[in-house]
Design a protein around this ligand. Structure first.
Ligand code: FAD
Length: 442
């Protein structure tokens, strides 16, 4: 149901993606009146990987994505339309591409497969689903909790009174304008975050960001229980790129195939991700038995990484999800961190309302820093190292060839570290954090 444009609320949420909805759900549970404004510019049916941490955060909100997996009728998956499927994934295969331009057919090098690294706070399975289907489930929950929606509305600019943000001016699909006034505002408008920029947020231009591009192809291997990550993707000259390619079986007739490249690669500025995806798809189509024509057309976008956007709070607003650049700098994945940051923000804003004190909002950047700060600094430094082709070559070969190394790297990259345990990944991570303490911000 869509609200009339002129309205008031305790909290305005700008952007109804995973981050904004997580905040809205948390706040509604605390009995707060929340309006979510969403212009609906992301209706992608693309296959997305949900890490076990994303599944855990989603469960914490009250949506168990894995329960959908059990109700699927496998016999008619190829005919199923709509996006509300969710395919459980138990394993991750890391494959080293042969960085050899003499093998344009995409011969792959060594490959290792492991279960998701186990961690107490997350389930054993991740999964593949669509953003659309996932967002629909979060929205349904939010609506039952009383969250109001202004769909198809663009939050064009903040309402600022005596230096305090008091909501936003909005424009509907028919061009009609209105105002949503609120005590506090949660900014969750995604990677480009025009609204955030109007409030003065700034992305560190030299810090890593990623470009991702993906499409879906029909394949008889769509029911596989394993995603494949291909490291050692190269540019046309055969130079390795920081980033990776992937194959995500959807369980719904298709396999999502994609590439992600990180800005620390020397060739980042000249690579066209759409062309890179075409080449990557050609190289791996046979192995994954992909239909040549995409069933879901290629789409792409950018992902600001590693807490590269700030400040994350003003006197009466907080910034969550991609708008705050909180995606993982080692994986480029952002659904788990969007949900987690949204939940944290919901708690903080709820407390500020309970206490009648806007000053409480200033705890939010600190909580985000506690959660991600030093890990992300390590991640940003690692992105710089992996951007160097000689380093990348060695790393990629080792990842494909050594299962223990691949499992350890996955554990670190996903932040699936075991607290109080003395394993090699935990030791490496602690050492890296110690080194990062003295390293300059990068
Ligand atoms: C091609 C691609 C593939 C990806 N694959 C994965 C993956 O497999 N796994 C993973 O974990 N992450 C993946 N990511 C990253 C992930 O999509 C994001 O990190 C995540 O969606 C961030 O959630 P969010 O709520 O912060 O922002 P978004 O999901 O971008 O949502 C922002 C919302 O704000 C709305 N909005 C924007 N501006 C306004 C405005 N002015 N007024 C009103 N509404 C507005 C938009 O309509 C949108 O609904 C991928 C990203 C890309 C580009």
């Amino acid at each position: 149901m869509t609200e009339p444009a002129d309205t008031t609320a305790d909290v305005l949420v700008v952007g109804g993606g995973p981050a904004g909805l997580a905040s809205a759900i948390e706040l509604a549970r605390r009995g707060r009146d929340v309006v979510v404004v969403d212009r609906g510019d992301t209706t992608d049916e693309i296959a997305m990987l949900f890490t076990p941490r994303a599944v855990a955060a989603s469960r914490r909100l009250g949506v168990d994505v894995l329960d959908r997996a059990d109700v699927l009728d496998r016999a008619d998956v190829l005919d199923r339309d709509g996006a509300e499927w969710f395919h459980p994934i138990g394993r991750v295969r890391i494959t080293a591409a042969m960085a050899d331009p003499a093998h344009p057919g995409g011969a792959v090098g060594p490959s290792t497969s492991s279960a998701w690294p186990r961690v107490r706070v997350a389930p054993d399975n991740g999964g593949v689903g669509t953003r659309t289907g996932f967002v629909a489930r979060l929205r349904a929950l939010a609506a039952t909790l009383g969250v109001r929606f202004l769909d198809g509305h663009d939050a064009t600019q903040p309402i600022v009174e005596r230096g305090f943000v008091r909501g936003a001016c909005v424009r509907g699909p028919d061009g009609a304008t209105g105002e949503v006034r609120a005590t506090f505002t949660v900014v969750a408008d995604g990677a480009n975050s025009h609204f955030g920029r109007l409030l003065g947020t700034y992305r560190e231009p030299d810090w890593p960001m990623a470009l991702a591009h993906t499409a879906g192809h029909r394949s008889p291997l769509h029911l596989a229980n394993e995603v494949e990550v291909v490291v050692g993707v190269t540019d046309r000259a055969g130079t390795p790129i920081a980033g990776y390619g992937w194959m995500f079986p959807t369980g719904a007739g298709t396999v999502g195939i994609g590439v992600m490249l990180v800005s620390t690669s020397p060739s980042f500025a000249v690579i066209n991700p759409a062309h890179l995806l075409e080449r990557f798809t050609e190289q791996h189509a046979d192995r994954w038995q992909l239909d040549p024509d995409p069933a879901t057309p290629a789409v792409g976008g950018r992902i600001p990484l590693g807490a590269s956007v700030g400040p994350l709070a003003g006197p009466t607003y907080v910034i969550v999800g991609d708008a705050g650049g909180v995606a993982n700098p080692l994986t480029g994945l952002g659904i788990d961190t969007a949900l987690e940051s949204g939940i944290i923000a919901g708690d903080v804003v709820g407390e500020a309302l309970d206490e009648g004190s806007a000053a409480v909002l200033q705890q939010y950047p600190k909580l985000i820093d506690d959660r991600y700060g030093s890990f992300y600094k390590v991640g940003r430094l690692a992105d710089r190292f992996v951007g160097q082709p000689p380093v990348a070559r060695r790393l990629h070969a080792a990842l494909g060839a050594r299962p223990a190394f691949a499992e350890g790297t996955l554990r670190v990259a996903l932040q699936h570290l075991r607290s109080g345990r003395g394993g090699v990944p935990e030791l490496v991570e602690r050492t890296a954090r110690a080194v990062a303490t003295f390293a300059p911000d990068a």
